[in-house]
Design a binder for this molecule. Sequence first.
Ligand code: PLP
Length: 403
Amino acid sequence: MNALANEFVERLRSVIGTPAAGAPFGLHEPEIGDLEKKYLNECLDSTFVSSVGAFIPQFEKRIAEITGAKYAIAVSNGTVGLQVALFLAGVRPGDEVIVPTLSFIATANAVSHAGAVPHFIDSELSTLGMSPEALRDRLTAMRRDAGGTLRNPLTGARIAAISPMHTLGHPVRIEEIADIAAEFGIPLVEDAAESLGSFVTTRSGERKHTGTFGITGMISFNGNKTITTGGGGVILTDDDELGPLAKHLTTTAKMPHKWEFEHDHIGWNFRMPNLNAALGMAQLEKFDRFLDQKRRLAVAYGNAFADFEGGRFSFEPEGTESNYWLCAVQLDDPSLALRDEVLQACHDAGFLTRPMWNLLHQQRMYSSAPAAGDSLGGSLDTAIALHASLICIPSTPKLAERL
Ligand SMILES: *Cc1c(COP(=O)(O)O)cnc(C)c1O
């Protein structure tokens, strides 16, 4: 067997020990206990299990407090949250939205469900997220039409938004991306699905939460995220028009009235049920502990891999605080064969490590979507290398108890 793969497994073992037979260490498992059961029972007893109930506004208020967003609108999952966030930012059918090719499928699917087309660009090694340089190059390769609208010269489509993603919880260089977006006059919509609890220290010294730099942003509470509501998400915005509109549009766009069913838009039923918000309220009480445990786990992995020949632990970018949603090790040699040997060795030893997502521009639905590396120049080389070299390692908060 490959010596590097063996050594990789040894380093994992040195941090979290050996899994019990039949109980491998997963990547990120939710912790559900008595508090979750208590709140869920309260919710059941209230009979308000569906689209209205006391837990929903409580949950929204806590997320607004944590993120500093003026409005936090709970929705049924992150993917629809991003779809609505893009719609609110002005994305319409036929438009293109710039996204990193190195992301989970939902980043591109949300664009598609908004009727638009994802337009893929490269990522960078230091943050694992959208490269500001690649963004600038790409936008510079676009053309202004007579009316001043920025368009892709190959497709004629309007560039309607830029949607970076905070990969594995590590913040991208969001201020630089926001500056470029402003310079080109394109709205910024953050896919902060993975980064609840991840902050950036801004140039003005403010500690600002990811997902609050754009006109709109989204955080996910899927079962594998830092906290879970079972399924769920939230739309973030500071905009006094878009905040209430997000709530209105995701709750069927019904006009307030005691009995009339009058609707003023083709709205969505994307509400987060009260049951899920109840689960979320219990999780939020543990959120600080989760963050602390994940950080301690990251420090321990960082130490264990410090002198690992063949790769390095992926630390939070400078000037940021990552939630370390998923800890990852980046192999020095971007090779799918080597990567898979390491994954195989880990799985054989009961460590359920995972690679990054297959690149979006290579997924069959998006293989002919606009992407850097076409006749307008650029490349997706860094994303391709990251895909072939990153390995996500067990990051469940509770594993910190094994340190
Ligand atoms: C989890 C995730 C989403 C949203 O997922 P849902 O399962 O719909 O909540 C979107 N983008 C990224 C990058 C994600 O990791």
